[in-house]
Design a binder for this molecule. Sequence first.
Ligand code: SF4
Ligand code: SF4
Length: 363
Amino acid sequence: MPVADPIADARRAMEVCNACRYCEGFCAVFPAMERRRSFTDADLTTLANLCHGCRGCFYACQYAPPHPFGINVPRTFSELRLDSYAQYAWPKPFAALFRNNGAVVALAMALGVGIVVVLAAALQNPAILLGAHPVRPGAFYAVIPYAVMFWPAAISLMFSIVAVIMAVRGFWRDAGPSQRTAGALGAAIRHAMTLQNLSGGGHGCNDRDDGFSTARRRLHHAISCGFALCFSASGVAAIFDRLGHPAPYAFWSAPVLLGTIGGFLMLIGAGGLFWLKLCGDQAPTAGRLVGPDVAMLALLAMVPLTGLLLLALRATSAMGIVLAVHLGFVLALFLMLPYSRMVHGAYRFAALLRDAHDAGTGK
Ligand code: SF4
Ligand code: SF4
C-alpha cells in the first residue's frame, strides 16, 4: 500500500526521530534533522534526498512496524523522493513521465531502438546494413551514417543535461536561502564519491535483511565507475575521430579497453542491484518504486550488454543490427536521464552540498 501523504508521513517520522535520536550516527540525515525543530515541506524533501536508503534505521528502530507508531524512514523517504522528481521535473508537463515510470522507461527503450533501426534501414541499403564488414576504420559509419549515429544522441544528451540542471535548480531554490561555507563543495564531492551515507555509520548497510553488508555500496560504485569509464571511452573515441581515426578500434586501444572494463563494471553493478532487489526484504521499500528501479537497472544493463555484444560480433553480418540496437539503448539512456530513477544522483548531490553548507554554518 503506497503512503497516502508522504509529506505528512515524513513529518510525523522526523518528529518522532527528533525526540528519539537513537540513529544519529547512521548517516547525514539525522544530524541534519537535529538542526531543525520543525520541518517545512522543503526541509523534508531535502532530508529525503539526503537519505541513501541504507535501511539501517529501519532495522534499528524500536518504533518500526508492528509498533503502533509504524516508523519506516527508508520507505517514507523513498516515496517522498519519487514525488520530488515529479515535482521539480522540467519542463513541467514532463512530470507525468514519473507516473508509471517503469512502463515509461521500457517504452523509451523500445522507442530508442525502434527510431535508430528504422532510420538506419531508411537511410541505408539493406544489403550493407545486414552484410558482414571487415573490421577497419570507418566500418561503423559505412553501416550507419555519421548523422544518424551522432545527432540524435548529442541533441538528446544536451537537452537532458539542461533538464536536470533546471530540475535541481528548482529543488535548491525551494530549500531556501543557504549561506556559503568554505570547503562545502569538497565535502559534498567526497561524500558523493565515497557514498558515505551507504555505510550505515561504518558497519555497512542492511542490504537484504537485518544483517550488515557493503554489497550495495560496492555495486553503486561499480555502476558509477563503469559509467565514467564508458563515457571516457566515448570521449577518447571522439578525439580519435577528429584526428582522422574513426572507429572501430583494435581491442587493445584506449577506447575499447575503457569501454570494455566500464561495460563489465556497469553490468556487474546493475545485475547485483537487481539481485538485491529480488531477494531483499521488501518492508523498507516503497512498492511503487519497484517498476522504476527495475526499468532503470534494465536500461543500465542493456547499454553495456549491447556494447560488449557489438565488440564480439563486429566482424560478422550481425554488426549492423547490433550497432543500431546499441545506439538505440544509448539514445534511450540519454533521453531518460532526467525522467527516471537515474536522476537521483543529481538530487542526492544537491542535498549533500546543501547539508555541507548548513553543517558548516551550524544551521
Ligand atoms: S528511526 Fe526509530 S530508532 Fe531511529 S531515530 Fe527514528 S525513531 Fe529513533
Ligand atoms: S540513509 Fe539509511 S540510516 Fe539514513 S535515513 Fe536513509 S535509510 Fe535511514
